[in-house]
Design a protein around this ligand. Sequence first.
Ligand code: COA
Length: 255
Amino acid sequence: MYTNIISENRGVVQIITINREDKLNALNVNLIQEIGQEVARLNAEKNVRGIIITGKGEKAFAAGADISEFAHFNEAEAKEMSTKGGKVFNSIEQSEIPVIAAVNGYALGGGCELTMSCHVRIASENALFGQPEVNLGVPPGYGGTQRLAQLIGRGRALDMLITAKSIDAITALNYGLVTQVVGLAELLPTCITYIEKLVGKSPLAIAEVIKCTNALYENQDGLEFEVDSFARSFETPDFKEGTTAFLEKRKPNYR
Ligand code: COA
Protein backbone atom coordinates (compact mmCIF):
# COMPACT_ATOMS: atom_id res chain seq x y z
CA MET A 1 0.00 0.00 0.00
CA TYR A 2 2.86 2.41 0.83
CA THR A 3 6.30 2.57 -0.79
CA ASN A 4 8.26 4.70 1.70
CA ILE A 5 6.81 3.70 5.05
CA ILE A 6 5.77 0.53 6.82
CA SER A 7 2.70 0.66 9.03
CA GLU A 8 2.30 -2.17 11.48
CA ASN A 9 -0.48 -2.80 13.96
CA ARG A 10 0.26 -4.18 17.41
CA GLY A 11 -3.11 -4.15 19.12
CA VAL A 12 -3.73 -0.71 20.57
CA VAL A 13 -0.47 0.56 19.07
CA GLN A 14 0.31 1.45 15.45
CA ILE A 15 3.95 1.74 14.43
CA ILE A 16 4.80 3.82 11.36
CA THR A 17 8.39 3.17 10.27
CA ILE A 18 10.15 5.44 7.80
CA ASN A 19 11.59 2.91 5.40
CA ARG A 20 14.53 4.42 3.50
CA GLU A 21 17.38 3.11 5.58
CA ASP A 22 19.97 3.39 2.78
CA LYS A 23 19.22 7.14 2.58
CA LEU A 24 19.17 7.55 6.36
CA ASN A 25 15.36 7.76 6.06
CA ALA A 26 15.51 11.11 4.26
CA LEU A 27 11.99 12.47 3.84
CA ASN A 28 10.93 12.83 0.24
CA VAL A 29 7.68 14.53 -0.71
CA ASN A 30 5.75 11.28 -1.26
CA LEU A 31 6.98 9.81 2.01
CA ILE A 32 5.58 12.73 3.97
CA GLN A 33 2.25 12.38 2.16
CA GLU A 34 2.19 8.66 3.02
CA ILE A 35 2.67 9.46 6.71
CA GLY A 36 -0.17 11.99 6.39
CA GLN A 37 -2.48 9.45 4.75
CA GLU A 38 -1.76 6.87 7.44
CA VAL A 39 -2.29 9.27 10.34
CA ALA A 40 -5.57 10.40 8.73
CA ARG A 41 -6.69 6.78 8.29
CA LEU A 42 -5.89 5.92 11.91
CA ASN A 43 -7.76 9.00 13.13
CA ALA A 44 -10.79 8.12 11.02
CA GLU A 45 -10.88 4.49 12.18
CA LYS A 46 -10.00 5.18 15.83
CA ASN A 47 -8.97 1.58 16.47
CA VAL A 48 -5.64 2.34 18.18
CA ARG A 49 -4.76 4.34 21.30
CA GLY A 50 -1.40 5.64 20.10
CA ILE A 51 0.82 5.99 17.06
CA ILE A 52 4.60 5.60 17.07
CA ILE A 53 6.69 7.15 14.31
CA THR A 54 10.24 5.83 14.02
CA GLY A 55 13.00 5.26 11.47
CA LYS A 56 14.20 1.96 10.00
CA GLY A 57 17.59 0.79 11.24
CA GLU A 58 19.86 1.84 14.05
CA LYS A 59 21.34 5.01 12.62
CA ALA A 60 18.61 7.46 11.74
CA PHE A 61 15.09 8.55 12.58
CA ALA A 62 15.31 10.80 9.50
CA ALA A 63 18.37 12.76 8.35
CA GLY A 64 16.25 15.53 6.90
CA ALA A 65 14.22 16.34 3.85
CA ASP A 66 15.57 14.61 0.76
CA ILE A 67 18.21 17.05 -0.48
CA SER A 68 18.60 15.28 -3.84
CA GLU A 69 14.88 15.80 -4.48
CA PHE A 70 14.61 19.52 -3.64
CA ALA A 71 18.08 20.69 -4.75
CA HIS A 72 16.71 21.79 -8.15
CA PHE A 73 13.38 23.20 -6.98
CA ASN A 74 12.45 26.78 -7.83
CA GLU A 75 10.51 29.15 -5.56
CA ALA A 76 7.07 27.85 -6.58
CA GLU A 77 8.09 24.22 -6.15
CA ALA A 78 9.66 24.97 -2.76
CA LYS A 79 6.49 26.72 -1.66
CA GLU A 80 4.39 23.73 -2.68
CA MET A 81 6.76 21.36 -0.88
CA SER A 82 6.68 23.41 2.31
CA THR A 83 2.92 24.02 2.20
CA LYS A 84 1.89 20.43 1.44
CA GLY A 85 4.41 18.92 3.83
CA GLY A 86 3.53 21.46 6.48
CA LYS A 87 -0.13 20.41 6.30
CA VAL A 88 0.90 16.84 7.11
CA PHE A 89 3.03 17.99 10.04
CA ASN A 90 0.07 20.05 11.31
CA SER A 91 -2.19 17.03 10.97
CA ILE A 92 0.18 14.99 13.14
CA GLU A 93 0.16 17.76 15.75
CA GLN A 94 -3.66 17.84 15.56
CA SER A 95 -4.07 14.05 15.64
CA GLU A 96 -6.65 13.14 18.27
CA ILE A 97 -4.71 9.93 18.86
CA PRO A 98 -1.39 10.67 20.61
CA VAL A 99 1.66 10.40 18.35
CA ILE A 100 5.04 9.50 19.84
CA ALA A 101 8.32 10.02 18.01
CA ALA A 102 10.65 7.13 18.82
CA VAL A 103 13.88 8.89 17.88
CA ASN A 104 16.45 6.24 16.99
CA GLY A 105 19.42 8.24 15.68
CA TYR A 106 19.79 11.30 13.44
CA ALA A 107 16.79 13.63 13.60
CA LEU A 108 18.04 16.44 11.40
CA GLY A 109 16.22 19.15 9.49
CA GLY A 110 12.84 17.76 8.43
CA GLY A 111 13.52 14.77 10.68
CA CYS A 112 13.81 17.01 13.72
CA GLU A 113 10.73 18.92 12.53
CA LEU A 114 8.80 15.66 12.22
CA THR A 115 9.67 14.71 15.81
CA MET A 116 8.49 18.16 16.93
CA SER A 117 5.09 17.75 15.28
CA CYS A 118 4.57 14.63 17.43
CA HIS A 119 3.04 15.01 20.89
CA VAL A 120 5.81 13.18 22.74
CA ARG A 121 9.47 12.54 21.92
CA ILE A 122 11.36 9.59 23.42
CA ALA A 123 14.97 9.17 22.27
CA SER A 124 17.57 6.44 22.21
CA GLU A 125 21.01 7.30 23.58
CA ASN A 126 22.44 7.68 20.06
CA ALA A 127 19.83 10.23 18.96
CA LEU A 128 21.07 13.52 17.55
CA PHE A 129 18.81 16.53 16.95
CA GLY A 130 19.57 19.50 14.75
CA GLN A 131 18.34 21.97 12.17
CA PRO A 132 21.31 22.24 9.80
CA GLU A 133 19.41 24.04 7.02
CA VAL A 134 21.60 27.16 7.13
CA ASN A 135 24.43 24.94 5.90
CA LEU A 136 22.34 24.46 2.73
CA GLY A 137 21.41 28.11 2.27
CA VAL A 138 17.81 27.92 3.49
CA PRO A 139 15.87 28.25 6.74
CA PRO A 140 13.78 25.26 7.90
CA GLY A 141 10.55 24.79 5.94
CA TYR A 142 8.45 22.35 7.93
CA GLY A 143 7.81 24.47 11.02
CA GLY A 144 11.27 24.14 12.58
CA THR A 145 11.69 27.77 13.59
CA GLN A 146 8.27 27.83 15.24
CA ARG A 147 8.12 24.50 17.01
CA LEU A 148 11.73 24.51 18.20
CA ALA A 149 11.20 27.90 19.86
CA GLN A 150 7.93 26.65 21.38
CA LEU A 151 9.55 23.53 22.78
CA ILE A 152 12.94 24.73 24.05
CA GLY A 153 12.57 28.52 24.14
CA ARG A 154 13.63 31.19 21.68
CA GLY A 155 17.21 31.55 22.93
CA ARG A 156 18.17 27.90 22.70
CA ALA A 157 16.25 27.52 19.44
CA LEU A 158 18.06 30.41 17.78
CA ASP A 159 21.38 29.06 19.05
CA MET A 160 20.68 25.75 17.30
CA LEU A 161 19.14 27.31 14.17
CA ILE A 162 21.88 29.90 13.60
CA THR A 163 24.84 27.58 14.22
CA ALA A 164 23.31 24.43 12.66
CA LYS A 165 24.77 22.50 15.56
CA SER A 166 23.34 19.17 16.63
CA ILE A 167 22.55 18.25 20.21
CA ASP A 168 22.76 14.77 21.69
CA ALA A 169 19.98 12.93 23.49
CA ILE A 170 21.01 14.03 26.99
CA THR A 171 21.19 17.68 25.94
CA ALA A 172 17.77 17.26 24.29
CA LEU A 173 16.50 15.88 27.60
CA ASN A 174 17.96 18.85 29.49
CA TYR A 175 16.36 21.23 26.98
CA GLY A 176 12.98 19.52 27.33
CA LEU A 177 12.97 18.53 23.67
CA VAL A 178 12.58 14.88 24.70
CA THR A 179 11.00 13.51 27.84
CA GLN A 180 12.94 10.26 28.12
CA VAL A 181 16.22 8.74 26.94
CA VAL A 182 16.63 4.96 26.81
CA GLY A 183 18.97 2.41 25.24
CA LEU A 184 18.30 1.74 21.56
CA ALA A 185 17.00 -1.77 22.28
CA GLU A 186 14.55 -0.34 24.80
CA LEU A 187 13.22 2.41 22.57
CA LEU A 188 10.26 0.69 20.90
CA PRO A 189 9.26 -1.35 23.98
CA THR A 190 9.27 1.88 26.03
CA CYS A 191 7.05 3.67 23.50
CA ILE A 192 4.70 0.68 23.24
CA THR A 193 4.35 0.50 27.04
CA TYR A 194 3.70 4.25 27.12
CA ILE A 195 0.75 3.82 24.78
CA GLU A 196 -0.54 0.66 26.44
CA LYS A 197 -0.82 2.62 29.69
CA LEU A 198 -3.22 5.02 27.96
CA VAL A 199 -5.83 2.27 27.68
CA GLY A 200 -7.07 3.16 31.17
CA LYS A 201 -7.52 6.83 30.25
CA SER A 202 -10.40 8.41 28.37
CA PRO A 203 -9.62 8.70 24.64
CA LEU A 204 -12.13 11.57 24.33
CA ALA A 205 -10.47 13.49 27.17
CA ILE A 206 -7.01 12.87 25.68
CA ALA A 207 -8.24 14.25 22.35
CA GLU A 208 -9.57 17.34 24.14
CA VAL A 209 -6.27 17.81 26.01
CA ILE A 210 -4.42 17.80 22.67
CA LYS A 211 -6.85 20.31 21.15
CA CYS A 212 -6.72 22.62 24.18
CA THR A 213 -2.91 22.56 24.33
CA ASN A 214 -2.65 23.23 20.58
CA ALA A 215 -5.04 26.17 20.97
CA LEU A 216 -2.29 28.07 22.80
CA TYR A 217 -0.24 28.08 19.60
CA GLU A 218 -3.06 28.72 17.14
CA ASN A 219 -3.95 32.34 17.90
CA GLN A 220 -6.96 31.21 19.89
CA ASP A 221 -8.02 32.17 23.38
CA GLY A 222 -6.73 28.98 24.99
CA LEU A 223 -8.43 29.55 28.33
CA GLU A 224 -11.80 30.11 26.69
CA PHE A 225 -11.20 27.07 24.46
CA GLU A 226 -10.51 25.03 27.60
CA VAL A 227 -13.72 26.20 29.30
CA ASP A 228 -15.75 25.03 26.29
CA SER A 229 -13.85 21.78 26.04
CA PHE A 230 -14.32 21.07 29.75
CA ALA A 231 -18.04 21.80 29.53
CA ARG A 232 -18.50 19.73 26.35
CA SER A 233 -16.88 16.74 28.01
CA PHE A 234 -19.68 16.55 30.57
CA GLU A 235 -21.99 15.29 27.82
CA THR A 236 -19.70 12.42 26.78
CA PRO A 237 -19.99 8.74 27.66
CA ASP A 238 -16.36 8.87 28.85
CA PHE A 239 -17.21 11.42 31.53
CA LYS A 240 -20.11 9.28 32.72
CA GLU A 241 -17.97 6.14 32.76
CA GLY A 242 -14.95 7.81 34.41
CA THR A 243 -16.87 9.42 37.25
CA THR A 244 -19.18 6.43 37.77
CA ALA A 245 -16.20 4.06 37.92
CA PHE A 246 -14.54 6.28 40.53
CA LEU A 247 -17.66 6.36 42.70
CA GLU A 248 -18.15 2.61 42.30
CA LYS A 249 -14.46 2.04 43.22
CA ARG A 250 -13.67 0.19 39.98
CA LYS A 251 -11.49 0.80 36.93
CA PRO A 252 -13.15 2.70 34.08
CA ASN A 253 -13.82 0.83 30.88
CA TYR A 254 -13.47 3.25 27.97
CA ARG A 255 -14.55 2.32 24.47
N1 COA B 1 18.77 13.88 1.81
C1 COA B 1 19.11 12.98 0.86
N2 COA B 1 19.98 11.98 1.07
C2 COA B 1 20.52 11.89 2.30
C3 COA B 1 20.22 12.79 3.33
C4 COA B 1 19.31 13.82 3.05
N3 COA B 1 18.92 14.70 3.96
N4 COA B 1 20.94 12.45 4.42
C5 COA B 1 21.65 11.36 4.08
N5 COA B 1 21.41 11.02 2.81
C6 COA B 1 21.97 9.91 2.03
C7 COA B 1 23.39 10.19 1.59
O1 COA B 1 23.41 10.97 0.41
C8 COA B 1 23.89 8.79 1.36
O2 COA B 1 23.40 8.30 0.15
P1 COA B 1 24.38 7.52 -0.89
O3 COA B 1 24.83 6.31 -0.13
O4 COA B 1 23.51 7.21 -2.06
O5 COA B 1 25.50 8.47 -1.19
C9 COA B 1 23.22 8.01 2.47
O6 COA B 1 22.08 8.77 2.84
C10 COA B 1 24.09 7.81 3.68
O7 COA B 1 24.52 9.08 4.13
P2 COA B 1 26.05 9.45 4.44
O8 COA B 1 26.21 10.93 4.32
O9 COA B 1 26.96 8.59 3.58
O10 COA B 1 26.17 8.98 5.96
P3 COA B 1 27.21 9.52 7.05
O11 COA B 1 27.07 8.61 8.20
O12 COA B 1 28.54 9.71 6.45
O13 COA B 1 26.66 10.99 7.45
C11 COA B 1 24.97 12.60 8.08
C12 COA B 1 25.44 11.13 8.12
C13 COA B 1 23.58 12.66 8.69
C14 COA B 1 25.95 13.48 8.89
C15 COA B 1 24.95 13.08 6.61
O14 COA B 1 24.25 12.13 5.82
C16 COA B 1 24.28 14.42 6.41
O15 COA B 1 24.86 15.45 6.71
N6 COA B 1 23.02 14.40 5.88
C17 COA B 1 22.30 15.62 5.58
C18 COA B 1 21.77 16.27 6.85
C19 COA B 1 21.01 17.52 6.52
O16 COA B 1 21.56 18.51 6.10
N7 COA B 1 19.71 17.47 6.75
C20 COA B 1 18.83 18.60 6.55
C21 COA B 1 18.22 18.54 5.21
S1 COA B 1 17.05 19.86 5.02
